[in-house]
Design a protein around this ligand. Structure first.
Ligand SMILES: [Zn+2]
Ligand SMILES: [Zn+2]
Ligand SMILES: [Zn+2]
Length: 258
């Protein structure tokens, strides 16, 4: 199946607290630049026939409303952390209009967390109006959602396996601090790479800004965008000015076509 043009929308580019962070007086959280306002990390991927979202953040409802997204065919999960799953309940709005269950793709680790944290969704006694979800268990094997080919790339978030995803020549990786050589091979040849870059200081489970820059250069990808950004990284425009050619911070609302 040949891949049609994909349209990517960055729905959120902030770390787990979002930017601004509640009650924080720092200059980044106080910035009036819209690019310094980051909802939790997620993207929308659209082909001619298919629309999917990677992760349902605590801001999922707001993210769908602010781009007026009317159709959603599937949710693809990277990992079970709350900043990537908390918005799942709100897929029921799509259930109401599509009259079918939302297709959800996750590995078994994430599925277990979904069943625990959204137990009411998977209960035998179903309260009317709760989300309708059809779970599809994924592993490292590529699969299709509609006409979109999805290639999972397994990365490490300290000790937790997390899925990045390659769609055609676009690869999206969030919440990682280490990638095995075999998985790097799946990323090579991408035209656009998205990586998480939390801040400048070391972190136990996220790439720093420098580690992310080094990885883009090691993988020889010509265009890269960084996401999952902390207020500790600095203001968007200040940080962007320091980055090598071809590498930029992503921001909420950024759209790409590939
Ligand atoms: Zn996260
Ligand atoms: Zn702050
Ligand atoms: Zn995480």
């Amino acid at each position: 199946m040949s891949q049609s043009t994909l349209h990517i929308t960055f729905l959120g580019t902030g770390t787990s607290t979002g930017v601004p962070m509640i009650a924080c007086p720092c200059e980044v959280c106080a910035s009036v630049n819209p690019k310094d306002k980051r909802l939790r990390t997620s993207i929308l991927v659209q082909s001619e026939t298919t629309t999917l979202v990677v992760d349902t953040t605590p801001d999922f409802r707001q993210q769908m409303l602010r781009i007026s997204n009317k159709k959603l065919d599937a949710v693809l999960f990277t990992h079970p952390h709350k900043d990537h799953t908390a918005g799942l309940d709100d897929v029921r709005a799509y259930n109401f209009f599509s009259h079918r269950a939302m297709e959800v793709y996750a590995n078994s680790l994430t599925e277990e967390a979904l069943k625990r944290e959204f137990a009411y969704v998977f209960s035998d006694k179903r309260y009317p109006g709760i989300p309708e979800i059809n779970l599809n268990t994924i592993d490292e094997n590529p699969f299709y959602i509609g006409d979109i080919k999805v290639v999972p790339v397994q990365v490490w978030h300290y000790k937790m396996p997390v899925y990045g995803f390659r769609f055609g020549n676009f690869t999206y990786i969030t919440d990682a601090n280490r990638i095995d050589e075999t998985e790097k091979a799946k990323i090579r040849g991408s035209e656009i790479l998205v990586l998480n870059a939390l801040r400048r200081e070391d972190h136990i489970s996220h790439f720093t800004l420098q580690q992310a820059v080094d990885l883009v250069q090691e993988l020889e990808v010509s265009t890269a965008y960084f996401t999952h950004i902390s207020h500790q990284l600095g203001r968007h425009d200040d940080v962007n000015a320091t980055l090598p050619k071809g590498i930029e911070l992503a921001y909420d609302g950024l759209q790409l076509s590939i």
